[in-house]
Ligand binder design. Sequence first.
Ligand code: PMP
Length: 412
Amino acid sequence: ASCFEGIAMAPPDPILGVSEAFRADTDAKKLNLGVGAYRTEELQPYVLDVVNKVSKLYLSNWYIAERLMLERSENKEYLPIEGLAAFNKVTAELLFGADNPVINQQRVATVQGLSGTGSLRLAAALIERYFPGAQVMISSPTWGNHKNIFNDARVPWSEYRYYDPKTVGLDFEGMISDIKAAPDGSFIVLHGCAHNPTGIDPTPEQWEKIADVIQEKNHIPFFDVAYQGFASGSLDEDASSVRLFAARGMELLVAQSYSKNLGLYAERIGAINVVCSSADAAARVKSQLKRIARPMYSNPPVHGARIVANVVGDPALFNEWKAEMEMMAGRIKNVRQKLFDSLSAKDKSGKDWSFILKQIGMFSFTGLNKTQSDNMTNKWHVYMTKDGRISLAGLSLAKCEYLADAIMDSYH
Ligand code: PMP
């Protein structure tokens, strides 16, 4: 008998498990709208040109690469626990804007993390250690991994209302009253832009009201920014929610990811930023984040950090990156429009599909329930999460008609 007899089989991950099922399907019409990864119009994975350009310094020609690395003294030594200094500098500047007082006054504790997930996990450990019993509030629904992250960090969480199925829009009243009802000093997890899974963001006026309530209640905003520049195509516009809160002088947490906007999914590059009311507090918070990281994974990987630092640090590459983000965001917007057009043309029931156009980012919440989502997969070979979320980044203009047929058949 095995000593592991008592260990049961874990269920597949609700998001990554969809890709496993997709790979096993042999039908030519199959479509993977499960995982949120950008695809080209030909539905192929995409490496950004700017990433190829800076990565080629390391990969294309071994001799040139080695020489360049030596010149730039880019070796494979361990990074410091807090990560690559040049990366930490540019990542905070991208988020807040380089001239933001929180940066000039050195009030941001920035630590490189293992992409968005790892950065959220560091912050969760900080909350567990220094805010015992504090409540974390997450939106209902939210990205599924939020619950896993707080559970594993042993941080209690509860949900605030967010999605209104009647309008397939934001339940703003519900959101505000739940945030008001939370115990003072709760951490409020907010999606900086392109809410996952709904694609529904508050308006600028609504963000102001959310900030009012959070301030009134002495809550601590905890932003998850996984799509900066990828949602609207503009880095500044997608960071406006975070900057609005920072401009009020509030203390806040922000987890960042470069998986989507720079297509660095597998490099695991991101950061946790804690804005404090003084430089002194920021220095202490940073020291504790490092103390948490050290026994977890010791220090972060270097390759993705160098790519980000090199792209942002070179004006020509930085502009190229912005253009590529606009291109990716633009392709998703085109697909969104085409899907809306196809659905509106096919649906004779008078149903209003305009909610699809109001959503932003790579996801669309279709309003399909679990049974209908099952029909999408079992009959139409369209793979998606069971909450009715589809990734428009996995869709091409050419496949919109087919998807609209599948949705019509599943709805009615
Ligand atoms: N937060 C949200 C809301 C996300 O959608 C994602 C990506 N799916 C992440 C965080 C983090 O992803 P990663 O760890 O790849 O950066």
